[in-house]
Ligand binder design. Structure first.
Ligand SMILES: Cc1cc2nc3c(=O)[nH]c(=O)nc-3n(C[C@H](O)[C@H](O)[C@H](O)COP(=O)(O)O)c2cc1C
Length: 450
């Protein structure tokens, strides 16, 4: 029996899924009464797989069987699908808003690890433009449409994802959690989103695959060796069941991270890094080599112009990843959401598109998909969630993003991403100054300077 949380008015009960498919209270084993509202975390009653270790199993148990399981009990009538007001803020979950991960991460991390997450290149202008570009988009909602049931899932790589979200490649995740990328991949797998493993994060390609064999995993490489090295990496990724191979191409030179320089601090993994000249010397020839020799879908991460998107298409690249590395590489670049429209136009449906850069809220994800992206990368927010609560933090972060996305789509008058397009967006003036935290106005982080 799998336990989930039940809210009946303000009383919190534990309920379990019995072998007959009915939900029963754990205290006395009685079946739930008609009209009882139950939720898992902050999510509506009919998407309760988040609490289960194995999302697929739970979806089978509850999602698919719900007609039979709840017939006669009237639990799944239209009225009870909508979570009650008491659910938000009273579900017993430790993290109820996304900004709570940031606050907890700040408390858990030392200054060097904290700066590694929040910092960017030089004046950190590109990073702030990422946020500004998102804030410069407003919604045009439609009303009086039945949005009782909103499904934010999408199909990619031949499988269903609960959200169009990939946890972006992040190096040195071991600074935030001992399980590092394995914890992230497991969390992503149990939730049902996608993960991209960085070649410079522990525990590495094979061990991360072993930790989350069923998760939708992609592998991102910094090219720090010759052709044989690249080919070996593609072979290993393919053998370990990664669904795509990614080259990050916006890191020809490592940027000036002035927070670190000011402290005279160099991260241990940077001291150990070798092969920087291969990164500097990288050319389209390597893209051609991979496409000519291998079948695995290829992602190019760090595309920032329509011109380079077009060259990538000429090389048969499968995914264009619009990114400026979270503003951590070239300073004074454009915000990712300023770049996305010209890339979408150049690609014209001939490849899939990922985008990242300051995506921290459900509304951000909806804006990207409305603008033509297929998958949205989450960078810093992933680090904060991992530093706050490890694997469980990753799952909870995704649950909260899902909750925000469902509410956003519903309030736009939409029941799925398939119905979303640019007509739901409008140019707008931002209302606040952008910063690495400005998606979370309730957050107070003690200011500091170097
Ligand atoms: C701490 C940290 C480490 C990162 N390491 C990598 C990496 O190893 N490879 C890579 O392609 N991108 C790396 N990135 C960039 C992310 O993949 C992503 O492009 C960026 O974080 C998105 O912006 P956001 O953090 O504002 O969401 C890193 C980002 C952060 C915050």
């Amino acid at each position: 029996m799998s336990a989930i949380a039940l809210i009946a008015a303000p009383r919190l009960l534990n309920v379990a899924l019995g072998p007959d498919g009915f939900l029963t209270t754990e205290t006395d084993g009685s079946r739930l009464k008609a009209g009882t509202t139950w939720v898992v975390g902050s999510r509506p009653a009919d998407t309760c797989h988040g609490k289960f270790r194995d999302g697929a199993e739970a979806q089978d148990a509850i999602g698919d069987d719900k007609g039979k399981a709840f017939e006669g009990e009237d639990l799944m009538n239209e009225a009870t699908r909508i979570p009650p007001a008491v659910e938000l803020g009273a579900s017993g979950e430790e993290f109820q808003n996304l900004h709570e991960f940031v606050r907890k991460a700040r408390a858990n991390l030392n200054q060097n690890c904290w700066d590694y997450i929040v910092g960017a290149a030089e004046t950190e202008t590109t990073m702030r433009r990422n946020r500004m570009a998102l804030d410069e988009i407003a919604f045009r909602p439609r009303v009086l449409r039945n949005v009782t049931k909103v499904d934010p899932s999408v199909e990619l790589f031949g499988r269903k994802l609960r959200l169009p979200v990939v946890l972006a490649p992040v190096g040195a995740l071991e600074l935030f959690d001992p399980g590092a990328a394995a914890s992230v991949a497991r969390g992503v797998g149990s939730f049902g989103a996608a993960h991209m493993l960085s070649s410079v994060s522990e525990p590495g390609l094979e061990k991360t695959a072993e930790a989350a064999p069923d998760a939708l995993r992609m592998y991102q490489l910094y090219v720090r060796g010759g052709d044989a090295y690249v080919e070996d990496c593609v072979n290993r990724a393919t053998a370990c069941g990664y669904s795509a191979f990614c080259l990050t191409v916006d890191t020809a030179h490592y940027s000036r991270r002035e927070r670190d320089i000011a402290k005279r601090y160099v991260r241990a993994s940077r001291v150990r890094a070798t092969g920087g000249d291969f990164q500097k010397g990288l050319e389209w020839r390597t893209v051609k080599l991979i496409k000519d020799k291998f079948k695995i879908p290829l992602v190019i991460k760090g595309i920032a112009t329509a011109e380079d998107a077009a060259i990538a298409l000429d090389h048969g690249v499968d995914w264009i990843y619009v990114s400026n590395h979270g503003g951590r590489q070239l300073d004074h670049g454009r915000g990712a959401m300023q770049v996305l429209p010209e890339v979408v136009a150049a690609v014209a449906g001939r490849a899939k598109i990922m985008v990242d850069g300051s995506f921290c809220r459900g509304t951000d994800i909806v804006k990207a998909i409305a603008s033509g992206a297929d998958l949205v990368g989450i960078g810093r927010l992933q680090c904060w969630a991992l530093a706050a609560k490890g694997e469980a933090g990753i799952v909870r972060m995704l649950e909260l993003l899902e909750d925000e996305v469902i509410r956003c789509l519903g309030l736009l008058g939409l029941t799925s991403f398939a119905e979303l397009d640019k007509s739901y967006l409008h140019a707008a003036s931002p209302t606040n100054l952008p910063s690495v935290f400005s998606a979370f106005p309730l957050l107070e982080i003690e200011p500091y300077r170097y």
